[in-house]
Design a protein around this ligand. Structure first.
Ligand code: LCS
Length: 391
């Protein structure tokens, strides 16, 4: 849905309207698996797609629809589709394009499960994937083959915060007629608008900033109407990764404050990144908001603010990283991100413990790497917590 309204207005209103039957202002949770037709002709018309109507929640649900319309508006896409989780959305979006015999180009710096899907599941279906170890558009272009069907990437990336030049990559791919899929989870549409920069399809773990409160899983795919319609008919109906109406409602509620939460997250993150960069116990800080970050200039061009994910390397390697995670008192030792509460993980001993060390190091995940998801608490309290944990 394209609209001239400002982002904040869309975050509050898009996709939602008072219930015409009861006047309920908030979108009801249509906790129903099935919907009744007036007669056989009406049901037949709905099944045939000749008449709009709900039949069965895996095929569509009014609460889920509200979430999809809100996201289509926020991402500036023609349409959007909600899924049970970010991974349900990501795998479905990729399967929406790729078939046996096709080739995919992807950046190597990806969320682990997205990498595994591309690396392990797609080859089983007869497709090939080339992973490019840098964020450079030239390197991605060199990996293209005549049968490359899609380019998949993520920026800023999880957990090393690499930045890809979205407009440059989209332009190169478009010139070669190859669709692009971009994971916009770390930035959210409040900070970064991939479709406006030329990307074909934006995907999200709605579990993160969109929901914002760490209480519901969800995924979003936003892009061209034809593609979304194909996903509805060819992928979600048969693979079944549909979101529950209650989770869709929680995420809808979260999104209404996305434009208020993101600046607070980002302001805290900027202060923490600067504090860490000057700290004697820290080797290196990865945050696109620091002038020293290799992607800083590109991030400045394509992001409204630099996000609230930071990773840093504690001096002293594995044990030092683990110690910081063990000593924090306010940061929660937890996976996930995008919560109002600040979260911390030492990657090598937790999320990446199964990845062989050489492979992990090649991904930039050093022994001492610690990832922060900076919440919306008072910055002073977060800084004091990190300071006491480091010293
Ligand atoms: N994309 C990114 C960038 C992510 O960080 C995640 C999850 C996903 C997709 C998948 O979304 P989900 O299916 O979980 O909704 N990231 C997680 C993380 O860093 N720790 O735990 C989950």
């Amino acid at each position: 849905m394209k609209s001239n309204r400002e982002f904040a207005t869309l975050a509050v209103h898009a996709g939602e309207a008072p219930c015409p039957a009861t006047g309920a202002l908030d979108t009801p949770i249509y906790q129903s698996t099935t919907f009744v037709a007036a007669d056989s002709d009406e049901m037949s018309a709905v099944y045939a797609g000749e008449k709009f109507g709900y039949m069965y929640t895996r095929y569509g649900n009014p609460t889920v629809r509200a979430l999809e319309e809100k996201l289509a508006a926020l991402e500036g896409g023609e349409a959007a589709l909600a899924f049970a989780s970010g991974m349900a959305g990501i795998s479905s979006a990729i399967m929406g394009y790729v078939k046996a015999g096709d080739h995919v180009v992807a950046t190597r710096m990806l969320y682990g499960a997205a990498y595994n899907f591309l690396n392990k599941k797609l080859p089983r279906m007869g497709a090939e994937v080339t992973f490019v170890p840098t964020a450079r558009v030239d390197d991605l272009e060199r990996a293209i083959r005549p049968n490359t069907r899609v380019i998949y990437f993520e920026t800023p990336s999880n957990p090393t915060l690499e930045v890809v030049d979205i407009a440059a990559l989209a332009k190169m791919a478009k010139a070669r007629g190859i669709p692009t899929i971009m994971d916009n989870t770390f930035a959210s549409p409040a900070l970064q608008q991939p479709l406006a920069l030329g990307v074909t399809v934006a995907v999200h773990s709605a579990t993160k900033y969109l929901c914002g409160h760490g209480d519901a899983m969800g995924g979003i795919v936003a892009g061209p109407k034809d593609f979304i319609s194909e996903l509805v008919h060819e992928v979600i109906r048969d693979y079944g990764g549909v979101i529950s109406p209650f989770n869709a409602w929680l995420i809808l509620r979260g999104i209404r404050t996305l434009h208020l939460r993101m600046p607070a997250h980002c302001a805290n993150a900027q202060r923490i990144a600067e504090f860490l960069a000057a700290h004697p116990r820290i080797e290196r800080v990865h945050y696109p908001g620091l002038a020293s970050h290799p992607g800083h200039e590109v991030a400045r061009r394509q992001m409204r603010a630099f996000g609230a994910m930071i990773s840093f390397e504690a001096k002293g390697g594995y044990e030092a990283g683990k110690r910081v995670m063990d000593r924090v008192q306010l940061f929660a030792r937890a996976a996930s991100l995008g919560d109002t509460r600040s979260l911390i993980v030492h990657s090598a001993s937790t999320s990446h413990r199964a990845v062989p060390r050489a492979e992990r190091l090649a991904m930039g995940i050093t022994d001492g790497l610690v990832r922060l998801s900076v919440g919306v608490e008072a910055a002073e309290d977060l800084l004091a917590d990190l300071d006491q944990a480091l010293t």
